[in-house]
Design a protein around this ligand. Structure first.
Ligand code: SAH
Length: 252
């Protein structure tokens, strides 16, 4: 079930690899409107800042990872809008503002890189690529083989040796990589699986969507939850309403 990627060591940095260029068009395009241009991501980052994202490391990671390479080419022109997009098998890539918000919460204002991070729900691999800029190691689990393979293909050319893609049920976590400084889930269940809490390091932080369980009107409505593991016990903080695909057990 555990698989490790074997990325070819051919590219140094995200978004910096030389790309084959098509023949020059008859009429030159103005600079900065192509999806390969950093300007298009910088505009997205400006919007993230306007939405309240402050963490410079997160903004830098969001500026460097080319989101359009993770979605179907027919959707690439929407890649820098703040919207979730289908990635196949009924799943979606989270919107940039949610990826940035969760990464910011995970970092919790630290001036240093995070240690090992576990991501549940690799999907197309976009968030794993963002996290690879912010953590020493990223273990990312996906329960759908088709998406696990897609993420592998999307990440192959980026050469991110600190990203480890794992195929399996993320509800069980990945004990071999524990303890984790951070755990982040891109799919929401009824409760936070016990394995995640067990595998969180002391002083570590978990960020995950969870279905409201008060039995009232908000039942079924997801909220973003932060859990800090402290020497005095778990500290839970409930944040804003969110909308993630469901966390499911088993794999397919
Ligand atoms: N971070 C992803 C978002 C993918 S959507 C991205 O950047 O694209 C969430 C993903 O969680 C889906 O692909 C879904 O299949 C996966 N998922 C749901 N339950 C899971 C589980 N128990 N273990 C692993 N992955 C799971």
């Amino acid at each position: 079930m555990k698989e490790r990627p074997s990325f070819p060591a051919r590219v140094q940095g995200l978004g910096e690899q030389p790309k084959p260029r098509p023949a020059a068009p008859a009429i030159a395009q103005p600079q900065g409107i192509g999806l390969d241009s950093g300007a298009v991501r910088q505009r997205m980052v400006d919007k993230l800042m306007a939405l309240g994202v402050r963490d410079a490391a997160v903004l830098e990671a969001m500026a460097s990872v080319e989101r359009h390479r993770f979605v179907d080419s027919a959707l690439a022109n929407q890649a820098y809008e703040d919207t979730s997009l289908p990635i196949g098998l009924g799943q979606t890539i989270s919107k940039p503002s949610v990826v940035a918000r969760m990464a910011e919460l995970l970092r919790n204002g630290s001036s240093q890189k995070l240690g090992r991070v576990l991501e549940i729900g690799t999907g197309c691999g976009y968030q794993a690529a963002v996290l690879s800029q912010l953590a020493s190691e990223v273990y990312s689990m996906e329960r759908l083989r088709g998406l696990h393979d897609k993420a592998r293909a999307n990440l192959r050319n980026l050469f991110l040796p600190n990203v480890h893609l794992l195929f399996g049920d993320g509800m069980l976590g990945f004990p071999q990589g524990a303890p984790y400084a951070g755990i982040i889930a891109a799919a929401g269940g009824e409760a936070i699986p016990a394995a995640w809490i067990e595998q969180l390091a002391m002083g570590g932080r978990l960020v995950a969507p969870v279905a409201g369980s008060d039995g009232g009107q908000s039942a079924g409505q997801q909220v973003l939850m932060v859990v800090d593991k402290t020497p005095h016990g778990l500290r839970q903080t409930v944040l804003e309403a969110v909308h993630f695909v469901p966390l499911k057990s088993g794999f397919a």
